[in-house]
Ligand binder design. Sequence first.
Ligand SMILES: *[C@@H]1O[C@H](CO)[C@@H](O)[C@H](O)[C@H]1NC(C)=O
Ligand SMILES: *[C@@H]1O[C@H](CO)[C@@H](O)[C@H](O)[C@H]1NC(C)=O
Ligand SMILES: *[C@@H]1O[C@H](CO)[C@@H](O)[C@H](O)[C@H]1NC(C)=O
Ligand SMILES: *[C@@H]1O[C@H](CO)[C@@H](O)[C@H](O)[C@H]1NC(C)=O
Length: 290
Amino acid sequence: MAASLQPLFSAITFLLLIASLIGSSEAAGIVQYWGRGHSEPSSLAEFCRREFATDVNIAFLKDFGSGHMPELNVIHPWPSAADIESCQNNQTKVFISLAGPSNLSSVEDAQEVAAYVWNTYLGGESSDRPFGTAVLDGVELHIHSGNPNYLDVLALALKGYPNVTLAVAGECPIPNLFLDPTIRTGVVDQVRVEFFDNPSCEFLPPNDTSLLFRSWDSWSDYPGVHKLYLGIPISSSIASEGGYIPPNELVYDVLPYLQNSPVYGGITVYPYFGHGVTFKSLLRSYARAV
Ligand SMILES: *[C@@H]1O[C@H](CO)[C@@H](O)[C@H](O)[C@H]1NC(C)=O
Ligand SMILES: *[C@@H]1O[C@H](CO)[C@@H](O)[C@H](O)[C@H]1NC(C)=O
Ligand SMILES: *[C@@H]1O[C@H](CO)[C@@H](O)[C@H](O)[C@H]1NC(C)=O
Ligand SMILES: *[C@@H]1O[C@H](CO)[C@@H](O)[C@H](O)[C@H]1NC(C)=O
C-alpha cells in the first residue's frame, strides 16, 4: 500500500471495527460534532446521512451569562427543521452544544439562560427560533472558558424541562473545574471526557494504556456519572499533546476494557473543526483509490 494511503487505511479500519463493535453492543453511542468544519457537509441532513453517529452536536452556542444570551456560531447556513428531523427520524439525536465563555452571575441568570435555550431550540416557544419548529433532543455543556459559577444551576434548570437529554464535555484531569459541581448534581445523562491533549490521562504510544485506564476508572467512580464516553481524536495531527489511539489498540486493548465498565456509554470523535475528512467520505475516497 502506498505510504500516503496509510492514514486513510487506518481511518477505514477504525470505522469498520468500530461499526462491528457498536453493532455488538446495543448501548454504545458514537458522538460527533457538526457546525464548525470547513470540510464537512454544509447540510446537517447530509452529514447525518453520510456519518456514523448516534448523537450529533450542533457546535456551538457561545458566550453567555450576566444577562447575555448565547449566540449561535455555526459556519454553515442554519439547518432547517426538515434537516434536523431527517437526522432524528434516522436514529440520530441532535444536541445543541453550549461553549464558553460562561459568565453566569446568579441563580436567576443561569435559569434565564436555561429558559432561553429551551424556548429557542427545544420544546419551548419563541418568535425567534433559528431551526424553526424542530425540537432538539438535548443540550451539551462544553465549557472550557470563562468562569465555572452556576453551571450546576444551569444543568438543573435544563433538566427541569421535559425530555431534555443533558450531556457535558470536558478535559480528563480530575477535578475538572468546569464540570465537577455540574456532574455532582446527578442530573447529567452523558459525561463525554476528552482523553487527549493531557499527558496525565491519555494513551501513550506504542502500547501503554495505564494512565488512560486509571483516569477512566476515576471518572467511572465519579459521583453522578451514569454514562461515560471516551473522547478521542480521529488523527494524531489534531492532538498535539498526544492521546491519539491507533485503531488496533483502540479496538483490541482499549474498548474491551472500557466495555467492562457499567457506565460505558460509547465514544466521542473529535475534532469539531473539520480537519480533514470524515468517516464516510474517507470510505468513498478509498474506494476510488484502489
Ligand atoms: C440513515 O443512516 C444510515 C447509517 O448511517 C445511512 O446509511 C442512511 O443513508 C441514513 N438515511 C437517511 C435517510 O438519512
Ligand atoms: C462578566 O459579567 C460581569 C457582570 O456581571 C462583567 O462585569 C464582566 O465584565 C463580565 N466578564 C466578561 C469576561 O465578560
Ligand atoms: C416527551 O417525549 C415523548 C416521546 O417522544 C412524548 O410523547 C411526550 O409528549 C414528550 N413530553 C413533552 C412534555 O414534551
Ligand atoms: C499491548 O499490551 C497488552 C498488555 O501488555 C498486550 O496484551 C497486547 O497484546 C499489546 N498489543 C500490542 C498490539 O502490542
